[in-house]
Design a binder for this molecule. Structure first.
Ligand code: NAD
Ligand code: IPM
Ligand code: MN
Length: 371
């Protein structure tokens, strides 16, 4: 039996509720398919702050480093609105991304056939949608220095965030986007603000050079990020892969989420570089949505983004392609069967809670795998 080390960070709000649903999938794989997943759990976000005053402890960081993959649910909530900036719940997530060097954030937006009517756009605009946002995750304005609020001494203050990108950071995220495009429809659209930002101009230049040097077979286009947002809601199916920086990627992926019906549907994978010797890469998987404080503790959250994030984990960290495809198919099946959590509820469908939705996916998954 092989050993696959998973580190679970349920976090806050609906995080622990949706975590329990994918743990059911792991139990099935271990019990019925001898998958040998070993689970360790840690604290992150408000839960970690409440326990020891930090958004993630050094000990849990070390355990995240040592794991084959980290499964992260969600952090944050009004309870921690007034804690110090450095230890706010979101700081735990940012530290994980930075310290594990997870520079490539893959956010696929796929509209399941059964959910076309749940999107805020007309069904014909989103039916069959399959786009991939590749978001740079360890640079840009999220991490650039200086980042501070300073006193100007005249009763005024000044807040500074700094957008910084070095050549290598753009080169490596562009390469990830081009490589993934080759496995799909072979098209990449790069989005920045070269008309306003030096870093946008630089982004455009580096992506163009990487394309010319190594990926000329892939179709490359460029769009200003504001126009890109507009095009995403005007005609989203024009895109295949979108590559963009940390902040634009954050916003554009929330926009893309609504195309699929709900933020509760969008998974993500955050990947590091492949180790030259072992071929392994650090990775963390998380839904795009947050801790949804408005519905936390009610057992009504949609667990599908978390389950789809685990499908990405099976694919990218463990090369368990058959299982990953079966899990994706199980999600599509329960939606085809008309099961819906509140966020994607539609006329004629059956409303279920978090746990019932998880159980249905596990049953469909087991049936597909024949276990
Ligand atoms: P949110 O994603 O938590 O919620 C936005 C809306 O979507 C809410 O109405 C919520 O009920 C709904 N929603 C989100 N996920 C859902 C699901 N799985 N099922 C059903 N409905 C769902 O965003 P927010 O309200 O802006 O942020 C709340 C907190 O979460 C903040 O503290 C924020 O910083 C944090 N956050 C964390 C992450 C993360 O941990 N990766 C991501 C985004 C926001
Ligand atoms: C996301 C979230 C995070 C981000 C926050 C919670 C730090 O919005 O993963 O999309 O801004 O990256
Ligand atoms: Mn976000």
């Amino acid at each position: 039996m092989s050993h696959r080390k998973l580190f679970l960070l349920p976090g806050d709000g609906i995080g622990p509720e949706i975590t329990e649903e994918f743990v059911k999938v792991i139990s099935l794989l271990n019990d019925k398919a001898s998958a040998g997943f070993e689970i360790e759990r840690g604290l992150v976000g408000g839960a970690a702050y409440d326990a020891h005053g930090k958004a993630i402890s050094d000990d849990d960081m070390a355990r995240a480093m040592a794991a084959d993959a980290v499964m992260f649910a969600a952090v944050g909530g009004p309870k921690w609105d007034n804690v110090a900036y450095d230890v706010r719940p979101e700081a735990g997530l940012l530290r994980l991304r930075k310290d594990l060097e997870l520079f490539a954030n893959l956010r696929p937006a796929i509209c399941y056939a059964a959910l076309a009517a749940s999107s805020s756009l007309k069904p014909e605009l989103v039916e069959g949608l399959d786009i991939l946002i590749v978001r740079e995750l360890t640079g840009g304005v999220y991490f650039g220095e200086p980042k501070e609020i300073i006193d100007l001494g005249n009763g005024q203050q000044r807040a500074i965030d700094t957008q910084v990108y070095d050549t290598y950071e753009i080169e490596r995220i562009a390469a990830v986007a081009f490589e993934l495009a080759r496995t799909r429809d072979n098209r990449v659209c790069s989005m920045e603000k070269r008309n306003v930002m030096k870093s946008g101009l630089f982004w455009n230049q580096v992506v163009t050079r990487v394309h010319k040097e190594k990926f000329a077979d892939v179709e490359l286009s460029h769009m200003l990020a504001d126009a890109g947002g507009m095009q995403l809601v005007r005609a989203p199916k024009q895109f295949d892969v979108i590559v963009t920086d940390n902040l634009f990627g954050d916003m554009l992926s929330d926009v893309a989420a609504m195309l699929t019906g709900s933020l509760g549907m969008l998974p993500s994978a955050s990947l590091g570089a492949e180790d030259a010797v072992t071929g392994k890469r650090k990775a963390m998987y998380e839904p795009v949505h947050g801790s949804a404080p408005d519905i936390a503790g009610q057992g009504v959250a949609n667990p599908l983004a978390m389950l789809a994030s685990f499908a990405m984990c099976l694919r990218y960290s463990f090369n368990m392609i058959e299982e990953a495809e079966a899990l994706d198919a199980a999600i599509a099946k329960v939606l085809d069967d008309g099961l819906r959590t509140g966020d994607i509820m539609a006329p004629g469908c059956r409303k279920v809670g978090t746990s019932e939705m998880g159980d249905a996916v596990v049953a469909a998954f087991a049936a597909t795998l024949g276990v």
